[in-house]
Design a protein around this ligand. Sequence first.
Ligand SMILES: [Zn+2]
Length: 292
Amino acid sequence: MEDYIVRATAAQGTVRAVAAVTTNMVREARNIHELSPLASVALGRTMTAAALMSTFLKGTKDTLTLQIKGDGPLGGIVVVSDVNANVRGYVHNPLVHLPLNENGRYDVAGAIGKNGYLNVIKDLGLKEPYIGYVKLISGEIAEDITYYFASSEQIPSAVALGVLTNSEDLIQSAGGFIIQLMPDAEESTISNIEQKISTLPSLTKLLSEGKTPEDILELVLGEMNLKIGEKTSCQYKCNCSRERMERGLVSLGKEEIESMIKEQHGAETCCHFCNSKYQFSENDLVSLLENF
Ligand SMILES: [Zn+2]
């Protein structure tokens, strides 16, 4: 199955929802970064969240960045999505490994650490990007994104993110949903959704049963006049280029480039997001000096 995001509304437009299947995206992230299973789950949840949240962007050049930083052995997570859900990301320690938690699941909260923060950065083409900052409240990511929506955007939300591995620790499926209440949502709608969510099986269980994003939205919102809308693709895609890497080198400053010429007679840069390597010869570096 191809990865995709489906948009929906319910309760006469007073509820908006997005749900996604992101299995291929998470597999790609795992292959690129050679992630441990635990790191795959942590990055996969965050990438799924970014893909879902990218549907709330408006401008064609808008981007969304999720930064999670904690004091656990994973170090941190960075994920960027554009408005078309081209998502890229990395973790600081891709080999992190911890025992399963008391529920027998990957200990994402333990990997991220108790003390930390989530930054949601939206570059909307304005002079300054929008930055929403919240302290981590669980480290399991979905709860932290829910808390971000409540405290920074004042939007009551239900967020579920799941990455399911099989017995060989390979990614079997991944996905998630965000359901949000608009300001005119009625009390009965709110209590209805709360009741549905409280009895909903875990997302990894739903994924293991082969439920599609539409199926999952139907389970929560099916009795609330659910209207399934546009379906769009999402994928792992980096936007790095030689020009971008050149700008990165230039930003290091003239002296740094001069010392690369003198000491290494060239430079190699590597993209954090896709591990692509770019070679710069001594002549390339000399011509970069013309920028100063
Ligand atoms: Zn790249």
